[in-house]
Design a protein around this ligand. Structure first.
Ligand SMILES: [Zn+2]
Length: 438
């Protein structure tokens, strides 16, 4: 079977296993992977934190044990509403040159590509320098307590990893121009709630101690607060590599620091959802709750913000700032925090990825990237383990938008190319000698 046919069939089969989380049902994918590996003569182990939930892990032993290279994917997907789709989201349909289905982008495509790349080492009789581990976790889309977090409790040597490759970046095609985003860091989760208490009463006799009024005023102050731009080294390198010499936002871009001095350029950034999120802490008002009845003044009211802060920002300092902005009539309460230490982009891992991408795609810019959402990589990065999010699939902005959206799909052509590049990356990783101890 041709490699592209093999990867397309595998992807289609894995999409057919509905792993919508909740409830998850990832054990079915774990068993599928285990059977596939068994046919290739590779043993694997399934770790089940609960009925139906499963993480699957396999190891190809290296010349030197320890310091494993980890190929990390997650097997759960976000929900899909069948009535909105042009094909059933768990059919794995292959039509018009595309593989359709929930997970086609995030991230069953990378799961099967890494699985085949892993198996390729075995097929080619390659003994890696250090152990190479294939790990597909459950529960990534809902926080990872049944997945990556559980695996860290069960498998102590995950903490000894040399390098981890997973999701978070890809190749983007925009206006006929392709560049690679290799994610070396992610923003940190810093979710919080704004809560106000007040005195109840009948709505026909308003007074000034209305919990809803206080929360609305505070929320308004927060959403209209101007959060400053803070260019990090990763984002500076990314935007410089992407925009240099181009005419954008009313300037001819030379360097980020120069461009940011221009008001029209700053405006352009603010209106560009990706660049805006790359350059500053963001706050997004996502939930409002207050009041039970139209004629009753509520005694308690809350709003929830999803906030993502830059890697080196301090959660507590940011929340104190939000409290100052919100004002004294409400309380800012932290609801979720995540830690993540950026990985260096000056590394042999970055170089070998760059080499492989250029081998397949020609001389395209391969740039470090900051993922704005959270992935399982944070469990490794917070231990200081170098971890990159990259899958060499080429997507247009429109295709990228289908991730978590309607008619998620990946083209057969890009899937074949992504597999070839992933195999190249995994071969190069296998040949890499672990350098000095971290
Ligand atoms: Zn994902």
């Amino acid at each position: 079977m041709k490699k592209t046919d093999e990867v397309v069939t595998l992807l289609s089969e894995v999409i057919k296993i509905d792993t919508t989380n909740p409830p998850g049902n990832e054990e079915a994918v774990a068993r599928f992977v285990q059977d596939f590996l068994k046919k290739e003569g590779l043993e694997s182990e399934i770790f089940s934190p609960a009925p139906g939930r499963g993480n699957v892990m396999a190891t190809i032993e290296g010349k030197t044990r320890g310091k494993p290279i980890i190929l990390l994917s997650h097997s759960d997907v976000v929900p899909a509403r069948q009535e909105e789709w042009s094909v059933p989201p768990f059919s794995g349909a292959v039509k018009d040159g595309y593989i359709y289905g929930r997970g086609a982008i995030d991230m069953k495509s990378q799961l099967v590509a890494m699985l085949l790349a892993f198996v390729t080492l075995k097929r080619e009789g390659i003994t890696p320098e250090n152990d190479v581990v294939f790990l597909a976790t459950a529960d990534e889309e809902v926080g990872g307590s049944m997945g990556a977090e559980y695996m860290f409790e069960k498998v102590k040597n995950l903490a000894d990893a040399q390098f981890v490759l997973s999701e978070g970046g890809c190749l983007i095609e925009e206006d006929g121009f392709v560049h690679a985003q290799v994610s070396v860091a992610e923003k940190k989760i810093c979710q919080f709630m704004v809560r106000a208490m007040g005195i109840g009463g009948h709505a026909s006799m308003p007074h000034s101690d209305n919990a809803n009024d206080k929360v609305v005023r505070a929320a308004n102050r927060i959403i209209s607060h101007n959060i400053p731009f803070k260019p990090t080294s990763i984002v500076t390198k990314y935007l410089d590599g992407l925009l240099k010499g181009k005419h954008v936002g009313g300037v001819t871009y030379d360097t980020l620091s120069k461009a940011l001095k221009s008001a029209p350029f700053r405006n352009f950034i603010k209106n560009h959802p990706v660049y805006n999120a790359l350059l500053r802490n963001t706050v997004t008002l996502t939930m409002l709750k207050g009041g039970e009845k139209v004629n009753v003044i509520p005694t308690e009211s809350t709003v929830q913000f999803d906030s993502r802060i830059l890697p080196k920002e301090d959660h507590d300092a940011f929340l104190r700032r939000m409290q100052r902005v919100a004002g004294p009539e409400v309380e800012v309460v932290s609801t979720a925090k995540g830690e993540s230490i950026p990985s260096s982009f000056n590394s042999p891992y970055f170089s070998l990825i760059s080499t492989e991408v250029k081998r397949i795609k020609g001389d395209v810019p391969v740039l470090p990237f900051l993922t704005t959402g959270a992935t399982d990589l944070r469990y490794f990065r917070r231990l200081g383990i170098p971890a990159y999010g990259f899958f060499p699939m080429t997507l247009s902005k429109e295709e990228l938008f289908r991730m978590h959206g309607v008619d998620e799909r990946i083209s057969v052509e890009t899937m074949g190319e992504a597999l070839e590049c992933t195999v190249g990356i995994v071969r190069a990783l296998a040949a890499l000698k672990a350098s000095k101890p971290r």
